[in-house]
Design a protein around this ligand. Structure first.
Ligand SMILES: Nc1ncnc2c1ncn2[C@@H]1O[C@H](COP(=O)(O)OP(=O)(O)O)[C@@H](O)[C@H]1O
Ligand SMILES: [Mg+2]
Length: 357
């Protein structure tokens, strides 16, 4: 049995507001598990149900085999980090961290040692006696993380802890959070609406949409093998090919038009990095087009091309001076069978990558 198991969790706030609809997740010991989804999809509601701040309408939650719904929140031994740092401005950094230990009857000597350890883990030792008021958002959030850690929680929950920080700090602190989590080795659930952040720090990701689970998998599975159109669109950039005769000609050229498994496909898509510019090569179809925009990003370039299948973004890796394109330039976009991802009318993935046996 999994360390944390949520099964068939449903939360009904009002007759017409079902924030969670039979959500099941399982988190293993030491795992960094992320809930990823757009605003309003139920991430916070699920986290709060695990922490005990709100109860489920129905469903079960077990931690290490015990029924968590019967344990009051303060006895669950769960550490929580919030989006707003929730630090006490009038308490020093170390008193802020020690605060979590107050109701737990920890001796003064133990408190001192544990606070020191937690501050060392988040690299705030030098600032222990300061007041948080004058500190940066990143430092305040480290106080929040230390305060959650100091109770030696059985589970660490983080609800969008980086969303109030600027972009550069967000990247720095997410790496730190990942390192700290691996070092203290606590099962953690991290909530974010930022797909890149989720891919960068998670062992596994649960993509949620409107109160339900869309897909659970490793970052590689979520990005490279999305099982639904929702997941494919939410994680990464996706070109959707316009329906019509040019699409049918393309499918014909790639031997997909009469492939039985492609019969239920309604939406055809391609990731920008799966398309090529220039010589199409063997096994690829060439789509003629005109460059409408060239964006150089250093490590890559994004080329927007107008084609008969609609506008397509093509990503070029390591673009040198020779691969620069001008607006209006005629190009050819190379598409392979493996470039395409197809989805049926209900948005479920149709497996078309390999030819029929
Ligand atoms: N206390 C509440 N009362 C009524 N509706 C709520 C309450 N909390 C959340 N909701 C609704 O439940 C849905 C999920 O909210 P939430 O879990 O906060 O989403 P997320 O964290 O993914 O942005 C939303 O439609 C939200 O408006
Ligand atoms: Mg939320």
């Amino acid at each position: 049995m999994s360390y944390l198991a949520v099964s068939e969790a449903t939360k009904q706030f009002a007759a017409d507001v079902r924030a969670l609809d039979r959500v099941s997740i399982a988190v293993e010991r030491g795992e960094f598990f992320t809930l990823l989804g757009p605003s309003g999809c139920g991430k916070t509601t699920l986290l709060r149900a695990i922490a005990g701040f709100n109860d489920l309408t129905s469903g079960a939650i077990t931690l290490d085999g015990a029924d968590l719904r019967r344990v009051p929140p303060h006895k669950r031994d769960i550490g929580m980090v919030f989006q707003d740092y929730a630090v006490f401005p009038h308490l020093s950094v170390s008193d802020n961290v020690a605060f979590g230990l107050k109701p737990r009857k920890v001796s003064p000597a133990d408190t001192k040692r544990r606070v020191e350890d937690a501050l060392a883990a988040v690299r705030l030792t030098a600032l222990a006696r300061r007041l948080p008021a004058a500190m940066s958002g990143g430092q305040q959030q480290r106080i929040g993380i230390a305060r959650a850690m100091v109770i030696n929680p059985r589970l660490l929950l983080m609800d969008e802890p980086l969303s109030n920080l600027d972009a550069k700090l967000r990247v720095e602190l997410r790496e730190e959070i990942r390192d700290i989590q691996k070092k203290i080795d606590i099962a953690s659930i991290y909530v974010t609406h930022d797909q890149e952040e989720a891919l960068a720090i998670s062992d596994r990701i649960c993509v949620m949409g409107a109160g339900h689970v869309e897909q659970i998998g490793t970052p590689q599975e979520i990005y490279g093998d999305p099982r639904t159109l929702f997941v494919a669109r939410f994680v990464g950039t996706l070109n959707t090919l316009a329906d019509g005769p040019p699409l049918h000609a393309l499918l014909e050229a790639l031997h997909l038009a009469h492939d039985g498994r492609a019969a239920s496909a309604r939406t055809w898509t391609a990731r920008p990095e799966r398309l090529t510019l220039g010589e199409a090569g063997a096994g690829a179809a060439a789509l003629p087009g005109t460059v409408t925009k060239y964006t150089y990003l250093g490590r890559e370039a994004q080329v927007q091309v107008a084609t008969d299948l609609g506008p397509l973004v093509v990503q070029v890796a390591n673009p040198g001076p020779v691969s620069a394109r001008r607006t209006g330039e005629k190009v050819s976009v190379g598409v392979r069978r493996e470039s395409l991802m197809a989805f049926d009318a209900g948005g479920a993935r149709v497996d078309t990558a390999r030819p029929a046996p």
